[in-house]
Design a protein around this ligand. Sequence first.
Ligand SMILES: C[S@@+](CC[C@H](N)C(=O)[O-])C[C@H]1O[C@@H](n2cnc3c(N)ncnc32)[C@H](O)[C@@H]1O
Length: 301
Amino acid sequence: MSGRALQAALWDEATPGYTRIDNLDRKPFTSIDENLLFCGDAKKSLALLPSESVQTVLTSPPYWSLRDYEVEDQTGCDDSLESYVASVMDVFEEVRRVLRTDGTVWLNVGDVYTSGNRRYRAPDRKNRARAMDVRPPTPEGLKPKDLIGIPWRLAFGLQEAGWWLRSEVIWHKPNAQPESVQDRPTKAHETVFLLSKEQDYHYTIGAVCGPGGRRLRTVWDLPTKPLRRPANWSADHPAMMPLSLARQCMAMTVRQNCVVLDPYAGSGTSLIVARELGCRWVGAEIKPNYVDLIEHRVSGL
Ligand SMILES: C[S@@+](CC[C@H](N)C(=O)[O-])C[C@H]1O[C@@H](n2cnc3c(N)ncnc32)[C@H](O)[C@@H]1O
C-alpha cells in the first residue's frame, strides 16, 4: 500500500465518512465534526457553516458562458459579465466569513472570448458540454473576439472587497487541446490565484518544490487527465481539475486535521485530495449527478 493510500486508510478508520445534505432548509452547523457534502447552491450551503471554521479553500467556479451544466440556478450562464462576477463575489463573501483568519483560497478560473455576433456556442467535438444554446452578447466596452480577462476582473473585485491577492500562478497544460483559430496562439493555460483573508496566513513554503528541488515558481506544468471512470458508471464531469494541481495547491496551505472547502466541488477533486492530506472536507455542488459522482470518488469506488 502506498504511503498516501495508507494515510487515507488510517484517516478513514478514524473519521465517520461524510454526510450528504440535500435539503438546505435546515439548522446551521455549529461545528464541523465530519465531512459534509451539500447538494445545492454554494452560497446557501456555505450559509450553514460556522464562521472561521475552514483553513483553506480550493475551488474552480464555472467559467462564464462556457458550459451549460443544465441545472437551475447554476452560476456561469448569467446574462451579463457583471452578474457573473457579482455572483462569484457573493459566494466569496460567505467564503470570507467561514475562513479562519490565517486561512487561504486557491481560486482557479479560466478566461473566455466575447461571442462576437454568435448567440450560441457550438458543441466541441471532444467536449460535448462545451456548448450553450444561448450565449450572452458581447459585454459593453468590449469588442467581438476580445479576450475578456475574467480572472483579473474577479481578482480586482476580490482585492477591493478586502482580500489579499498573494500570487498569480499560471497552470500550463502541456497537453492542451488544439484550437481551430488562425489568428492567435492556442490557449494552453489557466490562472490560479492565491488569496488570503489577512496579511499573514498559514503557508508551508517547503511543502512542494519545483523542478531540481528549487523553490516553487509561479508557472506549473501539469497535464490534464481524464477521469478513469469506474466500471458501470456513466456520470462524467467535463471540467475536472487534475489531482496533481489540487495536491500542489493544498499541500502548502493545509494544517493537520484542518477543514478544506470547495464551494463548486464538481467531481470532488479537492475533497479527495483533502482526504489524502488527512483533512476534513466540505463540498457544495449544485448538480445532483455530480454529487453522486463525488460520493463514488470519495468512497474510492
Ligand atoms: C469548473 S466545475 C468544478 C470542477 C472541480 N474543480 C473538479 O475538479 O471536478 C464547476 C462546478 O460548479 C457547479 N456549480 C454551478 N453553479 C453552482 C452553484 N451556484 N453552486 C454550487 N455549484 C455550482 C457546476 O455544476 C460544476 O460542477
